[in-house]
Design a protein around this ligand. Structure first.
Ligand code: FAD
Length: 483
């Protein structure tokens, strides 16, 4: 890449403020929330409008230069890891809320808008935006859309994909398409918006996103239940769901996690083998009756229940939960966040297996997770200063993913595949599965310029296949020209 020439072209589009080419400044962008992988990009550009994104992509397309989109860089699977001979397109200057249309329950935003800002914008009118990753005070809507982010309230309300109504997307060649619906809830034809959500920046850049906002529930009640261990807590989770109650959230934290959180943010969690935070919301009468039953089920599973008396105490419970990853620094020099999902009924067996794996590797594993969804976040604790520990932590984290697969789960619950887990894709998908996914990717990005090297194991990129060339079935059928 002719960096100086491209930087000069970019400055013409964005002004000097929108281009970073100094080596020391480029280092700021060498990784996202997954710090094990680092690559310094050749250039960073920071557009302020969809029109500028279009011009940037047209230029890169003509030059054949690969690029990676970046929102807030909080991704935990290395999705926004730059390409060395490529451009990093940082969208954090596109941070306007463009339209609030409560009559149609929708808000239109630019991709760099922070998740929490959406709820803050509409809170005064009694609305909120439901998907709430623990990173909601810093992660962007563009990044949430690309990762199909989850959060504590996704058990009842669904993931990002259930709340994105439409998106304007700039494709690799700089053309613009509108996916999904506008004011109407659905659009005819194949669900290309559904395909775009969760595509981890490999299909194009979302420049304008329409989100569904919900009316705030009449009543919210939250409890904290302490148990001797994760097994009793798991029993309570099964009991609550089995009773026909769908809480807004059920989160579990084990003893190691409680210890770390207490040291970091002092939420006043009890000294226990595990705690559950259970939140119910909805019409007051329904919440009251279900809350009584929820408390009883926790107690029947040997839990000790504490009810949040007011919004302040409720916020404290959630502060403890949402600080869990960051709090690990209080009990370990380094940690590796894993993300997998299993059917909820498989939680106890999977947790047992994770604990056995930890013993086998001689490493501590803390657990904090969305128990209602079966979405696990085992945190493998290690010390980077000890030779070989980082590698062993990564191996153990890999074993944990395989355990999730054995229990009928998936490689990722909500953090994506990115750079981190692409090597595991063949453990879950057949070659045919992956070819079909690649075909979709090639349809959007025939030259492989959008976030190359992510999600799929290399060297299986578009048009690249080890061994002699073989025509794909879809190509034989005349439905694709280039695979
Ligand atoms: C402390 C902490 C807690 C977290 N908790 C959760 C959680 O509870 N649930 C959860 O799901 N995740 C969680 N995450 C992970 C992370 O916050 C999410 O994946 C988030 O959606 C990433 O958003 P971002 O703006 O930081 O995106 P980035 O990290 O910048 O990018 C993520 C991916 O999105 C692509 N991308 C970014 N913007 C666009 C765009 N406009 N168009 C197309 N592609 C784009 C990038 O290329 C990359 O592949 C957590 C992370 C941290 C650090």
């Amino acid at each position: 890449m002719h960096t100086e020439r491209i930087a000069a072209d970019m400055e013409r589009i964005l002004g000097a403020q929108g281009v970073i080419s100094e080596h020391e400044q480029l280092r700021t962008y060498e990784c996202d929330g997954l710090m094990n992988y680092r690559v310094i990009p050749s250039l960073v550009v920071m557009p302020e409008s969809g029109g500028q994104v279009q011009e940037i992509l047209k230029l890169l397309y003509d030059e054949g230069i690969p690029w990676v989109a970046r929102g807030s860089g909080t991704g935990l699977s290395g999705g926004a890891l730059p390409v060395a001979e490529g451009v990093l397109i940082v969208l954090s200057r596109m941070r306007h809320i463009l339209e609030v249309d409560l009559e149609n329950q929708r808000v239109v935003v630019e991709p760099g808008v922070i998740n929490l800002w959406v709820s803050q914008e509409v809170a005064g009118d009694g609305y909120y935006y439901a998907p709430d990753p623990a990173s909601q005070i810093v992660s962007s809507i563009g990044g949430n859309l690309a990762e199909n982010s989850g959060g504590v309230h996704c058990l009842k309300y669904g993931f990002t994909t259930n709340h994105v109504m439409g998106a304007e997307v700039v494709l690799a060649d700089g053309s613009v398409v509108n996916l999904g619906g506008g004011k109407a809830p659905d659009a005819p034809g194949p669900d290309l918006l559904g395909a775009f959500v969760g595509s981890e920046g490999t299909l194009g850049i979302a420049t304008r996103i329409t989100l569904r906002v919900l009316t705030k529930p009449e009543s919210v009640r939250t409890l904290l239940a302490a148990f001797d261990g994760t097994e009793d807590a798991g029993g309570a989770v099964s009991g609550i769901i089995g009773d026909g109650i769908v809480p807004a959230a059920i989160e579990m934290m084990d003893a190691l996690c409680i210890e770390a959180v207490e040291k970091a943010v002092h939420p006043g969690f009890p000294d226990a083998g595990a705690v559950l935070i259970v939140e119910l919301d909805g019409p007051e009468a329904e919440v009251e009756s279900q809350f009584e039953r929820t408390m009883k089920i926790c107690e029947e599973n040997s839990g000790t229940v504490r009810v949040a008396e007011d919004d302040e105490e409720r916020a404290l419970f959630w502060k403890g939960r949402k600080a869990a990853f960051a709090a690990m620094g209080r009990i370990s020099n380094d940690y590796y966040v894993q993300d997998g999902v299993v059917p909820r009924t498989e939680l106890p067996a999977t947790l047992h297996e994770i604990s056995e794996l930890g013993k086998q590797y001689g490493m501590r594993v803390a657990n904090v997770f969305h128990a209602g969804d079966g979405n696990l976040h085992p945190l493998v604790l290690y010390d980077n200063e000890v030779e070989g520990e980082a590698e062993r932590a990564e191996d153990l984290a890999g074993e944990i993913v395989f355990a999730c697969l054995r229990h009928g789960g998936s490689l990722t619950g909500e953090h994506g595949i990115g750079q981190d887990k692409k090597k595991y894709m063949p453990k879950m998908f057949t070659t045919e599965d992956m070819d079909t996914m690649q075909l979709l990717r090639c349809a959007f990005d025939p030259h492989g310029l959008c976030n190359p090297g992510k999600v799929f194991p290399t060297p299986r990129l578009c048009g690249e296949r080890p061994g002699p060339f073989q025509m794909h079935e879809v190509q034989k059928a005349g439905m694709a020209e280039n695979f």
